[in-house]
Ligand binder design. Structure first.
Ligand code: KIV
Length: 282
């Protein structure tokens, strides 16, 4: 996929320090992050000029067909991070730490994060606030940049009683603000806010010196993230309210494959030009 085929030039490369400084209140453009799980999705998103690629544990749902993100482990993530890294993206490559990879001991968390970094990630993301502070500090102490994730944290699906908008009540909103402050204070370079009311996200965004990246958290965040398959119309599941679908690629793909199947069945594929021949006898 040569660069010249794409009218949109990729954004200049930005490392963790540049991303950390991207506050809209300081005049920065909103950050753009999208998930990617393999080489072609990373190439496509990077050519579109996004700032960050997230190898999300949503891999479990959108690529591997599971019902929740609890089904993927470090080896799965490692495999997909390596595929995304082979695309050599300009965007900063962030990898999700999967469930149970940072919940046991700090040593275990460090070695799991190191596997993702050695596979090609430049930073890791993990879910949770003050409860995860020890791990966050240890990772940052080991020079591994950390992105936080608060609000609807899909790895807590059972504890939350389902996928629900979080921090709707004053007390829960206060807790979320304190969690965000603690993560930023511990050195997280950005915090994802998922499915929280816009006023709560706006307050967190105004409070933190590091950027917030919203998904279902309103327009005040310093950036936005969406899942690749949701944005492109490749997922079958009913999309949440916050998804804006920019294409229906699943329909396009079904059309294309069924056209090819018809051609095969009608005997019009392959044509002569699509066939190898022996050289003509001299
Ligand atoms: O795994 C994921 O896709 C995510 C995004 C929803 C932020 O964590």
């Amino acid at each position: 996929m040569p660069d010249r085929a794409h009218p949109l030039q990729p954004a200049p490369r930005q490392g963790v320090p540049e991303i950390r400084a991207r506050k809209r209140s300081a005049g920065s453009d909103p950050l753009v992050m999208i998930t990617a799980y393999d080489y072609p999705s990373a190439r496509i998103a990077d050519h579109a000029g996004v700032d960050l690629l997230l190898v999300g544990d949503s891999l479990a749902n959108v690529v591997l067909g599971f019902d929740d993100t609890l089904q993927v482990g470090v080896s799965d993530m490692e495999h997909h991070v390596a595929a995304v890294a082979r695309a050599r993206p300009r965007a900063l490559l962030v990898a999700d730490m999967p469930w149970m990879s940072y919940h046991l001991t700090v040593e275990d968390s460090l070695s799991n994060a190191a596997r993702l970094i050695r596979a090609g990630a430049e930073a890791v993301k993990l879910e949770g606030g003050r409860r995860r502070l020890g791990v966050v500090e240890a990772l940052i102490g080991a020079e591994i940049p950390v992105m936080g994730h608060l609000g609807l944290t899909p790895q807590s699906v059972h504890a939350m009683g389902g996928y629900r908008v979080q921090a709707r009540r004053r007390e829960a909103a206060e807790e979320l603000v304190e969690d965000a402050k603690a993560l930023a204070g511990a050195g997280c370079f950005a915090v994802v806010l998922e499915a929280v009311p816009d006023v709560v996200a706006a307050r967190v965004t105004a409070t933190l010196e590091v950027p917030t990246i919203g998904i279902g958290a309103g327009a005040a965040c310093d950036g936005q993230v969406l899942v690749f398959h949701d944005l492109l119309g490749l997922s079958e599941a009913k999309a949440p309210k916050f998804v804006r679908r920019y294409a229906d690629l699943a329909d396009v793909a079904v059309q294309a494959i069924s056209s090819w199947a018809s051609d095969v069945r009608a005997g019009s594929f392959p044509a002569d030009a699509e066939t190898y021949h022996l050289p003509e006898a001299p």
